[in-house]
Design a protein around this ligand. Sequence first.
Ligand code: NDP
Length: 262
Amino acid sequence: MQFAVIGNPIHHSLSPILHNSAFKSLGVVGFYSRYLLENPENFSSLKNLHLTGANITVPFKEIAFKSCNEVFGIAQEIGAVNTLVFEKEKILGYNTDALGFYQCIESLNPKNTLIIGAGGSAKALACILKAKGISTTILNRSQSRLESFIALGFHTATFENFTPKECFDLIINTTPAGLTNDSLPLDSTLLAPLLDSTKFAFDLVYGRETPFLTLAKSLNIPHSDGKQMLINQAILAFEIFMESQKIPINKTILRQSMQTAL
Ligand code: NDP
């Protein structure tokens, strides 16, 4: 069985390490690689790779959703998928980012959250938080991407028109600010008081301490980067892949192998 993570860029992806570690630990014959898709118009040609399944990353999660014949669970509301199963005649789509994130913050039991950023991952997080009954506000630097959140009934604001009237139990940075530079997702005069009054700060970026997390740390706010979310979404995707092939697996071994792979 062949699997791959598909995106552009793709060289940085840690998914092959996670999935190949699971194949090895479980004794399942399978291989997982990276695939650089340069042109989104070629998305339908992925069928020719004869993959059993795939993960989809930036910037193809929405186009992958559109190419599916069937979409399951919360992915239908999100409008984006990160996990595909290729059947003979059909492509099946799932979103494991949403639940992978939720598993990270479930024990915090937040009543309300603030999401900074309004891209594809913000949509996944917002939809699962809403499904769990948690009040969610989306804050973005520009208006246009907020429109689809407004249509789904979320509270939204741009940086200019944001006047916080409440403290948030959880603040999540879903922007790539701080990934390759030293910038905060929003100005510190607005961000610092927000972080100072929250119970937990979460950044989707992993692999480095972003200025967002450094600021939370300096204010003594408990915080986390996105590494555990990455591992959780991979575990959930691997379970979908194996279920699609009717291969029973030991979930404890799967979890242990991915948890220690990075
Ligand atoms: P998108 O490109 O879809 O969205 C990015 C959002 O961030 C947009 O709303 C954009 O605003 C905003 N933004 C971009 N740059 C800045 C900036 N410098 N300052 C303020 N706002 C900014 O990205 P995704 O949602 O797909 O991914 C976002 C991040 O999450 C990436 O870093 C990705 O690596 C990470 N990620 C991590 C995962 C994990 O498992 N840990 C899973 C998925 C994603 P505007 O609308 O104005 O352009």
